[in-house]
Structures are given as C-alpha cells and as structure tokens.
Design a protein around this ligand. Structure first.
Ligand SMILES: [Zn+2]
Length: 151
C-alpha cells in the first residue's frame, strides 16, 4: 500500500496566509476532494523542505538547465540549521553563476520550501485541477506551487 499527497505551498516560501484564508482554503479542498483520507494545514516558524518523495528525479539550473543534483544535495546541508530550519541563503550555481536560493531551482518533480502548506492525503486523484488551483490561489492570496508526493 503506497501513500500519495497533493501539497500546495506559496510561491514565496516565507509567506503564511492569515488563518481565515487558511480555513477557507481547507474547506474548499475538503469539498473538492471528498474521497481524500485527510485535508491538512501545516504552519511552522521555520522554513521547511517539502519533498516529492519517490517522485524525485533530479534538480536543474533554471538558467541553463545543467543537472545540479549533486551540488544541490551539498547546499541542502549548508542551508539547514536544526533550530532555524532552512535559511534560503543565496548561492551562485557552479554551471553559469546564476545567483539564487534553493527554492528557485527547477525540481523534477516539483518540490519547494514553505512555512505554510495545504495537503490532501491520499486524494484519489492523480493531479490537482487547474481551475481548483486558481481558486485556491485567490482564496489564499498567493500563487501556489503544487507538489505531488509519493511514498
Ligand atoms: Zn546554470
């Protein structure tokens, strides 16, 4: 038995919507995905890494598409502090010296960093409907990144 999540995080990794918006978004997702095992909100003081589990393939430079998977793995250690979470400091990529944070890399499949997330656990759908995503973006007041996590 494997588990799946659809997780939505804000475009800005430090952004946390106010609680009224959070609850409206959760209610909307409960209605939209009635077969899901659970719809969960998670907030934290520290910036957390939201991974895609077994869907992970590689990490690319957004500027030149070089494969940065090994470089990324070392930067994840540099960037993380057990008490403060991820600093999201800026780094120059080894391929073309593009200055960016780890959130700005191209992840296949998508992953990212967040202090707020909205997740559907075992949603019984393979992907999030595009119109529903836009609706949730309007409710939460932010662009959203969709992470499909498989374990
Ligand atoms: Zn590059």
């Amino acid at each position: 038995m494997s588990d799946n999540w659809i997780t939505l995080i804000p475009d800005d990794p430090r952004f946390v919507p106010d609680s009224a918006r959070q609850h409206r978004a959760r209610d909307r997702l409960v209605t939209a995905l009635p077969a899901a095992d659970e719809i969960e909100i998670d907030t934290s003081e520290a910036v957390q890494f939201m991974d895609c589990g077994g869907n992970f393939e590689r990490v690319l430079c957004p500027a030149c598409r070089s494969d940065l998977t090994d470089w990324w793995s070392d930067r994840m250690d540099d960037d993380y502090d057990a008490t403060g979470g991820f600093a999201l400091a800026t780094y120059a990529t080894p391929c073309c010296a593009k200055v960016l944070t780890l959130h700005d890399l191209v992840y296949e499949w998508p992953q990212g960093f967040a202090r707020f997330s909205l997740s559907a656990f075992n949603p019984r759908v393979a992907a999030l409907d595009e119109r529903l995503r836009q609706e949730l973006e309007a409710i939460l007041g932010t662009k959203l990144r969709v992470i499909l996590r498989h374990l």
